[in-house]
Ligand binder design. Structure first.
Ligand SMILES: [Zn+2]
Length: 240
């Protein structure tokens, strides 16, 4: 038995990185642990370093497990339904062995039929691809309407699956929107639109920028707060 096994350390994947300067531990939303070490580090140092991180890592994994246990079925990697809160649509998700590799989408009764034989990860990939498509159908026209209403034009819009941002605006006036916006309340999405549209005038978060946001949307602060907390409440399938 190696020294590392003796540590009672959770299972992990070891990666050697040329860019890393210190040991780093990454934990995915599903609890998968990756230990990254710098290329020059002597692996014999690993047990001593890991033992220092053990308590921290166990508490992170514990929190993840508790969160998954208390989450509703719609928030799991294999949800039973999907609530597109922004556009007031609920989709039922079914798992059968009759389904094709890709999900069958039944639009009239809002059903998504997934293949039960596929891994939950690959079904979640399909759900994200479907959400991307639905976001493309809905968000650009909605942004356009908001833009005309508040008189702040933009050049182009794209829908993406950013991990850490809800939206962004380039200096060319291209607005990128996160497909997961469909999972948030409509008023929060509207705020994000206004925020990005104001960036077409001010490419920063200066006082002038916030003043413009406040002019267009006086109660913006509560939406800004909601948006900041929203990532934590996303269903697992949407980001894991
Ligand atoms: Zn901003």
């Amino acid at each position: 038995m190696s020294a590392v096994e003796n540590l009672d350390f959770p299972d992990y994947e070891l990666r050697i990185s040329r860019r890393a300067r210190h040991l780093r531990i990454k934990v995915s939303p599903l609890g998968e642990v990756v230990v990254v070490i710098p290329a020059g580090m002597d692996p014999a140092m690993l047990p001593a370093l890991l033992v220092k991180k053990r308590a921290w890592l166990q508490s992170v994994l514990q929190r993840l497990t508790e969160r998954q246990r208390s989450a509703p079925a719609s928030h799991s990697l294999c949800p039973d339904r999907i609530e597109l809160v922004a556009i007031d649509e609920t989709w039922q998700v079914e798992y059968t062995s009759q389904s094709k590799h890709k999900p069958t989408i039944s639009i009239p009764d809002r059903r998504l039929i997934l293949n039960v034989a596929l891994s939950s990860r690959s079904n979640a990939d399909h759900l994200r691809a479907w959400l991307q498509q639905r976001a493309r159908q809905v968000l650009p026209a909605w942004l356009q309407r908001t833009s005309e209403e508040v008189g702040l034009p933009f050049t182009k819009v794209q829908i993406r699956g950013q991990k850490t941002r809800w939206g962004s605006c380039s200096s060319q006036g291209t607005i990128s929107l996160n497909r997961n916006l469909l999972l948030l309340p409509a008023s929060t999405v509207r705020y994000l639109f206004i925020h990005e549209l104001c960036h077409t005038q001010h490419m920063n978060h200066s006082a002038d920028f916030w003043q413009l946001v406040a002019e267009v949307m006086p109660d913006y602060q509560q939406h800004e707060n909601r948006l900041r907390n929203a990532t934590r409440r996303l269903p697992l399938w949407a980001y894991a």
